[in-house]
Design a protein around this ligand. Structure first.
Ligand code: ADP
Ligand code: MG
Length: 210
């Protein structure tokens, strides 16, 4: 089972991955955006880690909704409200349970991803974060490792696509040939999730959710 600590560790691990990869995310946002994606997410997830340490919410749902609210209030770019909605909606779907199963989490995350699609009006194939979020969330019932791989492949598969949503869509055909920065950061979310799950296995000898 997954408790509040697990989700706290996940988001701390996302913050570390964003810190490590901020320059790469910004470099991806340079040819087809405004070169701020790494900075946007660094500011957002630094604030998320700080508020989680300060308030230490007791349930998985509360951890994710607090983190989502924080992202919305600290990130100016398009990605702030989108990732904020992802976490808030996933957290809302988890309710007030002190522990949730991996299957509960997978279902909740799909609801969160659906909310991102509604908010942004985008679908897979539009060259956005959804190209990593959708395959990642869909593979989560298999395993955390499968979700990490599916999200990574989804992000890489944005390279030949033409952007139909967000800033990159203004470039039309010139957006082809570049990886979408938001899809790359979404792959980091799943990488951090697999890391958090592996750390749990190491610490407890149990695979989360089993
Ligand atoms: P901004 O575009 O405002 O500078 P960021 O650079 O932080 O914001 O984030 C850009 C990323 O946001 C894009 O690479 C894309 O993945 C994602 N994005 C932008 N618009 C949408 C949308 N309508 N739906 C889904 N994702 C989107
Ligand atoms: Mg940008």
């Amino acid at each position: 089972m997954l408790d509040a600590d697990f989700f706290h560790r996940w988001l701390t691990s996302v913050a570390a991955a964003v810190e490590r990869e901020a320059d790469r995310l910004t470099a991806l946002d340079s040819p087809i955006g405004d070169a701020d994606h790494g900075g946007n997410l660094r500011r957002g997830f630094t604030a998320v880690v700080a508020v989680l340490e300060e308030e230490a919410p007791a349930t998985p749902g509360a951890v994710l909704t607090l983190a989502g609210r924080k992202l919305i209030s600290t990130v100016g770019g398009a990605s702030g409200p989108l990732y904020g909605t992802l976490l808030r909606r996933t957290g809302a779907a988890l309710g007030a349970e002190p522990q949730v199963s991996a299957a509960d989490f997978a279902a909740a995350l799909r609801a969160g991803v659906a909310a991102v699609a509604t908010l942004g009006g985008a679908a897979p194939g539009d060259k956005t974060m959804l190209d990593a979020l959708v395959p990642g969330a869909d593979a989560l019932p298999t395993s955390f490792a499968a979700a990490r791989e599916a999200a990574l492949q989804g992000a890489l598969a944005t390279v030949p696509l033409q952007a139909r949503k967000g800033r990159a869509s203004y470039l039309g055909a010139r957006s082809v040939g570049h990886q979408d920065p938001g899809a790359a950061s979404s792959a980091l979310l799943f990488e951090a999730l697999a890391d958090a799950a592996e750390a749990t296995v190491t610490a407890t000898g149990e695979t989360p959710g089993e």
